[in-house]
Write a protein that binds this ligand. Structure first.
Ligand code: ADP
Ligand code: MG
Length: 521
């Protein structure tokens, strides 16, 4: 099929792209790179690649939006490698290109693709990320890393504190998953990074969705006339084809039984289950392993080494269950996931799309997604529909649900550690619920705490220091963006709490978790 694409440099010139094989790049991309692409097993470019690579090779600034799984990584890595190659960057020239990515897992993954692409090249490349040894990174920087993949916090740290980091020759800055970087509160770091880096350079901004915030970043970081490449603009559905998506309606008190039954039935499949808090991931990890349903887990409160091992273990496995928070949701390419289960609902349709983006990746593959909703939450379907996400109700045979409620309650009553962990998880669930963006759908007032508690194995709900049940006005509310501390500051001061609610427009600057992220999801 012939497609029309705007050619860089001129608003009127139109080019017909009908051959999208990588070999059409022969004139502008060197043999070493093309050979590496061939080794990766790719022959044809995806749409975003076909539309973004040519203008990028010409040195244009670019803003690209294309849904997850569409092949954005190579779209920016190929031109980056070419640039360094053409300019004959040597270690002594320092850094020529920096790729910023939101999470450690994603930066490792991007680094992995870069490594494959650099197979036949001699230039140096490296990874800078929170949780790794600063000193080792600093030593490598001193020797000269031509292409860097980095998380924002650690990059800024080196820009400010590593004297031997030579970045004045920087030619290109790439910001991957820009929307996500901003969502998780790295706005301030990004601004500072952009301030420190040389101004004469190419800048590339990629995201799955374009938002007000990424527009802000475009103005801040890019030259006057970037090329816009929006791949999914005219498409019907916001999620990939080959993905079968559905929901089941499940009351609070039956949620764990449903999850347990589902996981038991699919234990030979590759399944990811999303939760709204670290504590809930931790508890369900302990609980399910205790009752002989082996599961892995990734969340923001784990040590980085643990996160990394688990991530690669799950990546390489053909089957298995991974419990996770949204840390794992963005940008990661985990092969062959059969089921994405959203046990706790996502914050909004955007997050839904990113979560299910973990399956049916790459052309021609398939996957399934299951969203578990409480009857009170069905209004969320309307939002999904607006966001062009096609979901149907899945048939679920309730008579086959394992009735282990009594055993669960007994276990939680007698096992001290599970009991403590369960309490934390229960509280975290209620708090996360209370901080939900879509308050009209996910209204904490609709939670019957006694019933919620049953799904954590409690006959009596543990105390939560949320004033559920009191009028909305008087109750302190967490700010948008999910930051932690403002909420506690206002606990004893309803007036201040109301003020916060009214001014909840932007993410916060300030206190951070140890690992550099704002809140540990
Ligand atoms: P995105 O960043 O848009 O979410 P990725 O770059 O992670 O997507 O790519 C998604 C998947 O598609 C990966 O498994 C990748 O190996 C594969 N892929 C990338 N480019 C191609 C291509 N040209 N042909 C086939 N598969 C590709
Ligand atoms: Mg990506």
């Amino acid at each position: 099929m012939a497609k029309l694409a705007t050619m860089p440099g001129s608003a009127v010139a139109l080019q017909i792209i009908n051959d999208t094989s990588f070999s059409t790049l022969e004139i502008s991309v060197c043999e070493n790179t093309l050979k590496a692409i061939k080794d990766m097993g790719f022959t044809n470019m995806t749409e975003i690649q076909a539309r973004a690579i040519p203008p990028l090779l010409e040195g244009r600034d670019l803003v690209g939006a294309a849904k997850t799984g569409s092949g954005k990584t190579l779209a920016f890595l190929i031109p980056a490698v070419e640039l360094i190659y053409k300019l004959k960057f040597m270690p002594r020239n320092g850094t020529g290109c920096i790729i910023i990515s939101p999470t450690r897992e994603l930066s490792m993954q991007t680094f992995g693709v870069l490594k494959e692409l650099m197979k036949y090249h001699y230039h140096t490349y490296g990874l800078l990320m929170g949780g790794a040894s600063r000193q080792t990174e600093a030593q490598k920087l001193a020797k000269g890393i031509n292409i860097i993949v980095a998380t924002p916090g650690r990059l800024l740290d080196h820009l400010q504190n590593t004297p031997d980091f030579l970045f004045k020759n920087l030619q290109c800055l790439i910001i991957d998953e820009a929307d996500r970087i901003l969502d998780i509160g790295f706005e301030e770091e990004l601004k500072q990074i952009i301030n420190i880096l040389p101004k004469r350079r190419q800048t590339v901004l990629l995201s799955a969705t374009q938002t007000k915030k990424t527009e802000m970043l475009t103005t801040l970081a890019l030259k006057k006339e970037p090329v816009y490449v929006g791949v999914d603009d005219e498409k019907e559905e916001a999620t990939v084809e080959g993905l079968e998506q559905g929901y089941v309606v499940c009351p609070s008190e039956k949620r764990f039984l449903l999850l347990f039954t589902f996981l038991k039935k699919n234990r030979n499949k590759k399944v990811m289950v999303f939760f709204s808090s670290c504590m809930s991931v931790k508890f369900h990890h302990e609980l399910l392993n205790y009752i002989d349903l082996p599961v892995l887990s990734i969340h923001g409160k784990q040590k980085q080494t643990k996160r990394t091992t688990t991530f690669f273990q799950f990546c390489n496995a053909t089957s298995g269950i991974l419990l996770c928070t949204d840390v794992a949701a963005r940008g990661l390419d985990i092969p062959d996931v059969d089921w994405i289960v959203q046990y706790d609902p996502p914050d909004d349709p955007k997050e839904y799309i990113h979560r299910v983006g973990r399956t049916a990746r790459g052309e021609g593959s398939s996957g399934h997604a299951l969203l578990i909703l409480r009857p009170e939450e069905l209004g969320f379907l309307r939002y999904l529909k607006q966001a062009r996400v096609p979901v149907n109700e899945f048939d679920f045979s309730w008579n086959k649900v394992a009735d282990i409620q009594l055993q669960l309650e007994k276990l939680i009553a007698k096992n001290y550690f599970l009991n403590m962990s369960g309490k934390e998880a229960f509280k975290a669930y209620v708090r996360a619920y209370d901080s939900h963006h879509l308050k009209q759908i996910f209204d904490v007032e609709t939670l019957d705490l006694a019933k919620v508690a049953k799904s954590f194995g409690f006959t009596v709900p543990p105390a939560v220091d949320l004033k559920v049940g009191i009028s909305k006005e008087a109750r302190p509310r967490k700010r948008l963006g999910g930051g932690g501390y403002g909420y506690f500051n206002s606990m004893n001061n309803p007036k201040a709490a109301r003020k916060i609610e009214r001014t909840k427009t932007f993410g916060q600057i300030g206190k951070r978790a140890k690992d550099g992220r704002q809140f540990s999801r």
